[in-house]
Design a protein around this ligand. Sequence first.
Ligand code: CMP
Length: 138
Amino acid sequence: MERTLVIAKPDAVRKNVVGKIISRLEDEGFKLVALKKVKLTNEQAGQFYIVHKDRPFYGELCDFMSSGPIVPMVWEGENVIARVREIMGATDPSKAAEGTLRKLYGTNVGENAVHGSDSPESAAYEIPFFFSGIELVG
Ligand code: CMP
């Protein structure tokens, strides 16, 4: 069964909508496998988003992702990576479809409430970044 790493970002934590994000993923039928609350350093955020290191927004992204607590979680289900990306909507909340998590809870392209792995390869890097084997309870 496929797994994906989802993060309720600092803006979602500040807006008190972490529970709404979790509820939506539960309502879709996915299984919660792991969850924690952490605050990253700027360097840790940079490591997590290392694939974006040459992008112009990398510094801004690292500053934002280390600006407050986040809630990383692992969700399991059939085709969960692609389905969660649909449920999140477009990266820019102003372009995201009605009813998607980013449309509902995001502010702008940087502060977009939620992250989800974009491929099985990304999930294989992102899940162990936050969780050890014994923390993954399927
Ligand atoms: P995420 O899915 O977490 O993956 C990379 C993040 O970079 C993305 O969501 C956005 O929050 C952020 N991002 C993408 N494009 C921009 C941009 N133009 N300006 C600022 N942040 C961006």
